[in-house]
Design a protein. Structure first.
Length: 286
């Protein structure tokens, strides 16, 4: 799919999948996949980059919604909530974001960098209120900004006005109540810093990759992938395909077997993005 539309008001409809996009400008990149029952209503521009996917039963509403390349959602993505059609109801997300079945409120702007992960049933809020502020009840309407390489764990919550610096991990079921200015790992309610992210040295990288590739041999056998793998750090070669785990570059010929290898590496956070999807090879046994 490669659609680039503009004008006073544009619509995109796929009646077979029940996909509806209504916006003033629509920019859909190459090889973008929409699941079933997807409803998108945007006052300004809707943009999604190449090789992206929005899964089944997703609802996206706002003023401007812009997602980069290789955006991935499994299903049940909800962007909008209260204030979704205000002038600041903007969502801007960089490349290689993974957002699973989660909710993002865009009453105020939500800005996210590259390489973002948001686990199942997590939430980002930009407004909160209860009863009348004239009676002393609290209310908050503030933007959220998140840097590059940030991971938000299962069932976690990011509250109004929070900024999260690049290279952070938010543990499962954590609540981020204030800005995080130091890279590292945070857990709890409220989320507290517990330790830094420490890159592995050369020997440790070789050791863990040897472990990963040894474990993959079991998966490869089960999936019917029989090609031998050659490993000479930082290069991994399968058949005519070679990838570099340091800079994530690749070259050579891809097929279902190399897709399977990349999909397994992806489960360890080693994501080599190509023009093909991450996909495990299914071996049918009778």
């Amino acid at each position: 799919m490669d659609n680039k539309l503009g004008g006073e008001e544009m619509k995109y409809n796929d009646e077979i999948k029940n996909v509806s996009i209504d916006a003033r400008a629509i920019n859909i990149g190459t090889n973008v996949v929409f699941g079933k029952n997807v409803f998108i209503k945007v006052l300004g521009e809707f943009q999604i980059g190449d090789y992206s996917k929005i899964g089944d039963n997703s609802i996206i509403m706002g003023n401007n919604i812009k997602m980069g390349k290789w955006f991935y959602n499994s299903d049940h993505l909800r962007i909008g909530g209260g204030g979704r059609f205000g002038p600041e109801a903007n969502f801007l997300c960089g490349d290689r974001a993974v957002i699973l079945n989660s909710f993002i409120n865009v009453c105020k702007p939500v800005t996210i960098g590259d390489d973002f992960n948001m686990s199942e049933e997590s939430t980002i809020l930009t407004h909160g209120y209860s009863l009348s502020v004239l009676d002393g009840y609290p209310a908050s309407f503030e933007a959220v900004k998140i840097g590059n390489s940030v991971e938000i764990g299962y069932r976690s919550l990011v509250l109004m006005g929070v900024e999260i610096v690049s290279k952070c991990v938010i543990g499962a079921q954590s609540i981020v109540t204030k800005s995080l200015t130091q890279s590292g790992i945070y857990v709890g309610s409220p989320a507290k810093y517990i330790k830094p992210l420490v890159p592995l040295n050369y020997e440790q990288r070789i050791e863990i990759l040897n472990h990963i590739l040894n474990e993959y041999q079991k998966i490869a056998l089960f999936h019917g992938v029989t090609s031998n793998i050659k490993f000479n750090y930082p290069y991994i070669t399968m058949k005519e395909f070679t990838l570099n785990v340091e800079n994530y570059k690749y070259e050579g010929k891809e097929d279902e077997d190399t897709d399977d290898l990349r999909d397994y590496l992806r489960k360890w956070g080693i994501r080599i993005y190509t023009t093909r999807p991450f996909k495990s090879k299914i071996s049918i046994k009778i």
